[in-house]
Design a protein around this ligand. Structure first.
Ligand SMILES: NC(=O)c1ccc[n+]([C@@H]2O[C@H](COP(=O)([O-])OP(=O)(O)OC[C@H]3O[C@@H](n4cnc5c(N)ncnc54)[C@H](O)[C@@H]3O)[C@@H](O)[C@H]2O)c1
Length: 367
């Protein structure tokens, strides 16, 4: 059961709507603020996709959805929320304005998560004059309603307790929180993705392959390995019986040859954008973004379900979590909503205690 009574989503674009979907499908009421007049339509499109995916995961029926309310201001959205997720565009000045307002109007004990892809929480929480200690980065991956990973990053002013509560909150809605040990820009996931993306841009620009060929190289090859074991465990196995040490001895030296162009940035000009966008159009074979989203969601559910049957039925990696998550949702779906449910939830809620002193700082940043 979730430990959130009421959530607020500030920003309802690709990521914000994904959060809204995950929260509502967990039976949690959400209040959203987004100034885009199209926001309601866009969120309902994402909800449609999310419901469709969850129906495949839960053939016995979905839990009763939480209630979605569109607020006219940030103040109204956050007024009685105990968890707030900010997902506005990636600009520091905008994050500052929005977080300052959230901080001003949110209950003091509410946890504030930011979806930022790369801005350090220390640089964002300076705008929060009342309670900067409750800000964490909660960096998700698209589609938020299906992919379980959330990277949690604390800033210099974040209380360790806030990180703990954030971990519990995200885990309670079926996610896999990974706390990043040191605060750096772009955290871990986007550091890796940016490195791969930069290299990919070179390969296309230099005419080595097309975007479709590059994607085939991923999805028919190492992409399949990564989804189930990640990078290091795959390399351990690739080292043969001698494992990781043998792998490192064999492939370590080639890092100096070097094979990659990682240090250089290709000029991001119109020519490069046109080349990639045109090849991407060809690759899509006329499928719309919404059609591609459906295909993506079906595949993700299928992969997680396949992984949930591995390891003698206990599930493996994301599949083990998927098994627990679908079980939790099925239990919730079976539960009749009663008046006492809200009280039960309120009892289970464990916000950051304002009276609690932060644990003594060690001089190290929290991660
Ligand atoms: N797109 C991704 O794959 C992805 C993945 C992880 C994290 N993120 C991060 O999530 C955040 C949002 O990205 P996105 O891709 O959803 O962007 P988006 O452009 O799809 O959505 C942003 C939304 O914020 C709204 N907005 C603008 N100003 C606002 C304000 N003052 N108050 C409330 N809402 C406001 C916009 O109307 C829009 O609907 C960014 O920080 C981004 O780095 C994106």
């Amino acid at each position: 059961m979730s430990i959130i009574n009421k959530a607020a989503a500030i920003g309802g674009g690709v990521i914000g709507a994904g959060w809204v979907a995950r929260l509502l499908l967990n039976g949690i009421d959400v209040s959203i603020f987004d100034p885009d007049p199209e926001a309601s339509r866009k969120v309902s499109e994402v909800m449609k996709g999310a419901r469709r995916a969850y129906k495949q995961m839960l053939p016995g029926g979905l839990p009763k959805e939480g209630k979605l309310t569109f607020a006219k201001t940030i103040a109204e959205a956050v007024a009685d929320a105990d968890f707030i997720q900010e997902s506005v565009p990636e600009r520091l000045d905008l994050k500052h304005r929005v977080l300052a307002e959230i901080d001003l109007y949110a209950p003091a004990n509410a946890i504030v998560g930011s979806s930022t892809s790369g801005i350090k929480p220390t640089d964002m929480q300076v705008a929060m004059k009342k309670h900067p200690e409750r800000l964490v980065v909660g960096h998700p991956f698209n589609p938020v309603y299906l992919l379980p990973l959330v990277e949690i990053v604390g800033g210099e002013q974040t209380f360790p307790e806030a990180i703990e509560v954030a971990k519990e909150i995200y885990a309670s809605i079926g996610m896999k929180p990974v706390v990043i040990r040191k605060e750096i820009e772009a955290f871990v996931g986007d550091r890796l993705l940016e490195a791969a993306w930069r290299e990919a841009l070179w390969l296309i620009k230099d005419g080595i392959c097309t975007v479709e060929e590059l994607d085939d190289i991923m999805r028919y090859g190492f992409g399949l390995r990564w989804a189930q074991m990640g990078m290091f465990q795959v390399y351990r196995v690739a080292g043969g019986e001698a494992g990781m040490r043998h792998f490192m001895a064999q492939f370590g030296p080639c890092l100096k040859w070097p094979w990659t162009k990682l240090m250089d940035v290709p000029e991001f000009n119109d020519e490069l954008v046109d080349l990639i966008a045109t090849q991407s159009d060809d690759q899509a074979h006329g499928l719309s973004i919404r059609e591609l989203e459906k295909i993506r969601d079906d595949n993700l559910v299928a992969i997680m379900e396949a992984l949930s049957r591995q390891n003698k039925g206990k599930g493996w990696g994301a599949g083990a979590l998927h098994k627990d998550y679908t079980r939790q949702l099925a239990k919730l779906a079976a539960k009749k909503p009663t008046a006492s449910r809200a009280a039960e939830k309120a009892k289970a809620t464990k916000p950051v205690k304002k009276t609690e002193k932060p644990k003594k700082k060690t001089g190290k940043k929290k991660g």
